[in-house]
Design a protein around this ligand. Structure first.
Ligand code: TXA
Ligand code: MG
Length: 323
């Protein structure tokens, strides 16, 4: 992409959404809020527009994109839903669950958006601005998170600007996102398999299916492409499950463990609420990383692995991964 585009900042009102939809229909790149994180949207049927997404993010082209659709009917025009996928879509859409299903015969998603696979990743986002944009565009919108590849996902329009200003056509500003971690990705190509923990908990999915979920074998063929890469990386070193701060470390706290230990500390949730912690996670990581000026270390207090804790711990483990 032309690195000297003028990136419009659009209010999330009917005029702004209309302008954004027009840009999408013409093959433009528009960042928009969802309930999880901001997405970088493009017309999913246009290989040229989708190529622009990969270029703006610096994203490897073997990593396919999620197509965002208005409702289950629109999803079923793109993918073939078996009984499990149908039950899950009915239970959780609109919401933070992405279903990987076989491409339908009439699928219009470009090969590039699918990275050449014969499956598709679909979701109906639970955000009024996202749904209004998809409806106004009148087509599926391919959207990865609106950050440079490998960087922390954006939960506010300012984060999108910091990463992509001058590389995309517009950002629709819908305020801070509510969930704060990306959607759960579930493969329904065979026995339902968790590819990425996220905003819909394993327990909630298992309750609908009436059985336990398989996990993707590390390195196995069912893993979501791109999920093995170091991801969500701040520039600082990240130390997990820290019992106490070491000299010079910034702290990403949970439940007040680092209280009174000095240093720069942000508490994800003083009252140990995992939904609050998920909503704060990426913004706090960005702030601590900026405060440290690209050096030093962030110590992270232990986060329980239950419920949304599984997704939070997954993102933190990626942030801490060697790179
Ligand atoms: O919450 C979210 O899911 C956000 C918002 C914007 O909707 N989107 C998001 O997209 O996180 P992205 O591109 O960062 O992650 C999409 C993941 C990738 O890891 C990709 O490998 C996987 O979905 N994926 C897409 N199509 C797939 C397919 N056919 N089979 C397996 N994995 C797939
Ligand atoms: Mg992402």
């Amino acid at each position: 992409t032309d690195p000297s585009k003028t990136t419009l900042r659009l209010a999330a009102d009917p005029a702004g959404i209309g302008r954004a939809a027009e840009l999408l229909r013409r093959g433009g790149l528009v960042a928009f809020p969802t309930e999880t994180v901001y997405g970088l949207g493009a017309d999913a049927a246009s290989a040229e527009a989708v190529a622009g997404v990969y270029a703006a993010k610096g994203r490897p082209r073997f990593n396919p994109l999620i197509a965002h659709v208005a409702d289950l009917d629109a999803a079923r025009r793109q993918g073939s839903f078996g009984a499990d996928a149908l039950a899950l879509a009915r239970a959780f859409w609109p919401g933070p669950l992405t279903l990987v299903v076989p491409a339908a015969p009439g699928c219009t998603l470009s090969d590039l958006a699918r990275a050449g696979l014969d499956s598709v990743a679909l979701r109906v986002p639970a955000h009024p601005v996202a749904l209004a944009l998809i409806a106004a565009a009148g087509r599926p919108v391919a959207a990865p998170s609106a950050n440079r590849s490998g960087r922390i996902s954006p939960t506010a329009a300012d984060h999108v600007h910091a990463d992509l200003d001058g590389r995309i056509d517009a950002v629709l500003d819908g305020g801070a996102t509510a969930v704060g971690v990306e959607s759960t990705i579930l493969s329904c190509l065979g026995e339902p398999t968790l590819l990425r923990p996220g905003g819909t908990t394993r327990g909630a999915i298992e309750a609908v299916l009436g059985r336990s979920l398989a996990d993707a074998a590390p390195g196995g063929p069912a893993i979501a492409p791109g999920m093995l890469l170091s991801h969500y990386a701040p520039r600082a070193v990240v130390r997990l499950d820290a019992e106490a701060l070491r000299p010079g470390e910034a702290g990403l706290d949970f439940g007040g463990r680092f209280a009174g230990q000095g240093g720069a500390v942000l508490d994800l949730s003083p009252r140990r609420d995992l939904a609050e912690a998920a909503a704060n996670l990426f913004g706090f990581l960005r702030r601590l990383d900026e405060d440290l000026g690209g050096t030093g270390a962030i110590a992270v207090a232990p986060i329980p692995p239950s419920g949304l804790g599984e997704a939070i711990r997954d993102r933190l483990a990626r942030a801490a991964a060697q790179r």
